[in-house]
Design a protein around this ligand. Structure first.
Ligand SMILES: Nc1ncnc2c1ncn2[C@@H]1O[C@H](COP(=O)(O)OP(=O)(O)OP(=O)(O)O)[C@@H](O)[C@H]1O
Ligand SMILES: [Zn+2]
Length: 457
């Protein structure tokens, strides 16, 4: 080989290298293009199906482009969990083929929905009849300030679509009740109870047993929470454990008892985790009740649940509950009875906030007792009121008597919404000589009717 031949070979070699580089770039471009087309195809199918008015079943043949394998976009997106032993590609594919129904887009449903969408559940249904309020934002992190007043189900769907367009989301802006529950629930593989009332709890339990779906149930109040799965792995249903609902007046909700956002976040995330484990069939744990308390140690405790009750009317050997019932009647209150107003007193024992304001302005001698818990009294209170929480009142009658100028000095009683104050009037009437009246609608109505600057919480 002479010198000129060697030079020619070198030139050819460097050209080949160049061409090789260009081809690599071209291949990369084509791969990226393919990737984009893939995700476009998915989000188009997704948008089309969502724009239909009626709800869709998760039609495994038509709604999703490829449920047998993962796309390049999915490998990239879910890489961090794909490499987990016990999850892997098989787990991801199972999730992609699973549909889950979240009932309630509130404190529990919000975190559950966010994580389930992010993790790649194929289809998420979200039910909520309510709209977003400012007081929800402290814990319902799927919503935001700009969504105030809009449907919670729609707001949740908007967040999910922004987070993961590969997850198909169906929003149901309805109150789930006996008339629609079975039709909706049977379209999903796993149901998540993220609601806040007993009537819906029984409804979901019954519909899940009838439709044969596992029910991942959560609850949170104040600093505590619980997690259980019903109708799963031959375990009990809710009725096996609680055949009868508690009396409505014994139930405390978040609006009255309060709740810390992180606590609902913890329980909602645990619900999401449990639903994932069911979906990927990687759940060796026995049927347990998990109890969380932010104020005790250890934070978590677990109790093994009893097994299915043979004589359970719903899931036992000879069931007699074979269809959905009227749950509002069964429980004595429904999903819409948030803080039902009690009416214990006649009008003669009550006073309107405006009339009471006039009496204050005129300087009429009287005593105002605020029967809220002290933690609430410390948030805001009316000047010159005295705080005696309702539960302490029977033991503090002497204190009340001492605060009166004369034995027949009138006493007015106030609380947050005008319920506890009526109970208090009934107690005080037995001991006092003068008139004892309840301020109708409590501090809430005071703020609406008398002083718009008085805080509502
Ligand atoms: N039967 C039902 N159908 C549809 N949505 C329901 C049903 N029951 C409860 N929900 C929804 O479940 C969610 C529960 O959320 P959460 O417990 O955080 O209470 P909230 O009603 O949003 O707030 P708050 O009690 O502070 O007013 C609510 O958004 C409520 O509208
Ligand atoms: Zn049962």
């Amino acid at each position: 080989m002479d010198k000129s031949e060697i030079q020619l070979l070198m030139v050819l070699n460097s050209r080949l290298k160049e061409e090789n580089e260009q081809l690599k770039i071209r291949v990369k471009e084509l791969e990226e293009k393919l990737d984009k087309q893939n995700s476009l195809l998915i989000s188009n199918t997704h948008n089309e199906s969502n724009s239909r008015k009626t709800c869709n079943t998760f039609d495994k043949d038509t709604d999703s482009p490829n449920l047998e394998d993962l796309t390049l976009a999915e490998y990239m997106r879910y890489g961090r969990q794909l490499i987990l032993p016990g999850f892997g590609k098989t787990g991801q594919l199972k999730l992609k083929n699973t549909s889950m129904l979240i009932v309630g887009a509130g404190g529990l449903g919000a975190p559950a929905a966010i994580y389930l969408a992010a993790t790649g559940v194929g289809k998420l249904g979200i039910i909520d009849h309510d709209t977003v309020e400012k007081s929800n934002l402290q814990r319902q992190i799927i919503h935001n300030e700009s969504r105030e007043g809009i449907s919670k189900a729609q707001s949740a769907k908007m967040t999910i679509e922004e987070l993961n367009s590969l997850c198909k989301c169906v929003a149901y802006e309805v109150l789930l009740d006996s008339s629609n529950a079975l039709e909706i629930v049977k379209k999903y593989d796993i149901v998540i109870d993220a609601t806040d009332n007993v009537a819906t709890r029984y409804l979901l339990n019954d519909v899940c047993v009838i439709a044969g779906k596992p029910l991942v149930s959560g609850s949170a109040l104040r600093m505590d929470g619980q997690l259980t799965v019903y109708n799963y792995k031959r375990g009990p249903c809710y009725r096996c454990l609680f055949p009868k609902p508690p009396p409505p007046e014994s139930i405390l909700n978040c609006a009255d008892g309060g709740v810390l956002g992180v606590v609902t976040g913890i329980i909602g995330c645990l619900q999401a985790l449990q639903a994932i484990k069911i979906a990927i069939e990687n759940d060796e744990s026995p049927n347990n009740l998990l109890i969380f308390s932010a104020t005790s140690y250890p934070l978590f405790r677990s109790m093994k649940l009893r097994s299915k009750k043979k004589d359970c009317g719903l899931c036992g050997e000879h069931p007699f509950i074979t269809e959905l019932q009227d749950y509002v009647q069964f429980c004595g209150s429904g999903a819409l009875d948030k803080s039902p107003s009690v009416k214990l007193l006649g009008y003669e024992d009550r006073i309107e906030p405006k009339t009471y304001r006039n009496l204050r302005n005129e300087g009429t001698p009287h005593v105002l007792i605020d029967v809220r818990e002290t933690v609430q009294y410390d948030i805001c209170s009316l000047p010159s009121s005295i705080n005696i929480p309702l539960k302490d009142l029977p033991s503090k009658i002497e204190e009340v008597k001492k605060s009166l100028e004369a034995p027949n000095t009138p006493v007015y009683v106030i609380c947050r919404l005008g319920n506890d104050s009526q109970h208090a009037v009934n107690i005080l009437k037995n001991y006092l000589k003068g008139e004892v009246k309840d301020i109708i609608g409590g501090l809430y109505k005071w703020s609406l009717d008398v002083d718009p600057d008085f805080p509502i919480y």
